[in-house]
Design a protein around this ligand. Structure first.
Ligand code: CA
Ligand code: CA
Length: 170
């Protein structure tokens, strides 16, 4: 049985990856996400942080394609996402977190404007907004990420939240 709540969650996750909204996930979506985050923080693509984010995005895309692009056309359709990615990510969210970790690590470094190894809740919300998350939701999600309420969000919190996000209950 597939509930409508489940379908809604899947649709939201697919839309989150399909940054340009053209109906499939491909490398362009990952570079669009990278550009948006760098632009938000005024970080150049040539800088160390910019380069790291591009490298992380490419690794993330390759990992996703390895899991979900079953026909090898370099596009993940919604059907491939549902039948391939979601099931495997749900079965093993930690593995997915590892695929995403270099990108998340690099995004956190961009958002960590004072270089202390963590991003503020406000700067984390800026990353989420750059990725297309709505204003109110971005603030809510960023606040929830700060589990110990010290106002800072570190890599462990981000990676584990990401894994949780893909543990979709059916
Ligand atoms: Ca797309
Ligand atoms: Ca495909």
């Amino acid at each position: 049985m597939v509930s409508s709540e489940y379908e809604r969650r899947i649709a939201a996750r697919f839309a989150g990856f399909d940054q340009d909204g053209n109906g499939y996930i491909d490398r362009e979506d990952f570079s669009a996400a990278t550009k948006a985050v760098l632009a938000e923080f005024g970080t150049t693509a040539r800088s160390d942080k910019g380069q790291a984010l591009y490298v992380g995005a490419e690794a993330f895309w390759q990992g996703m394609a390895g899991i979900a692009d079953r026909d090898g056309d370099q596009r993940i359709t919604r059907e491939e996402f549902v039948s391939g990615a979601v099931k495997r990510l749900r079965d093993n969210p930690e593995r997915f977190a590892e695929i995403a970790r270099p990108f998340l690590h690099a995004a956190l470094a961009v958002a960590d404007t004072d270089g202390d190894g963590a991003a503020t809740v406000g700067d984390t919300a800026r990353v989420l907004r750059a990725l297309g998350v709505g204003e109110g939701l971005a603030a809510t999600v960023a606040g929830a990420l700060d589990a110990d309420a010290d106002g800072r969000i570190g890599e462990t919190e981000i990676v584990s939240a990401f894994a949780r996000y893909f543990t979709v209950p059916e």
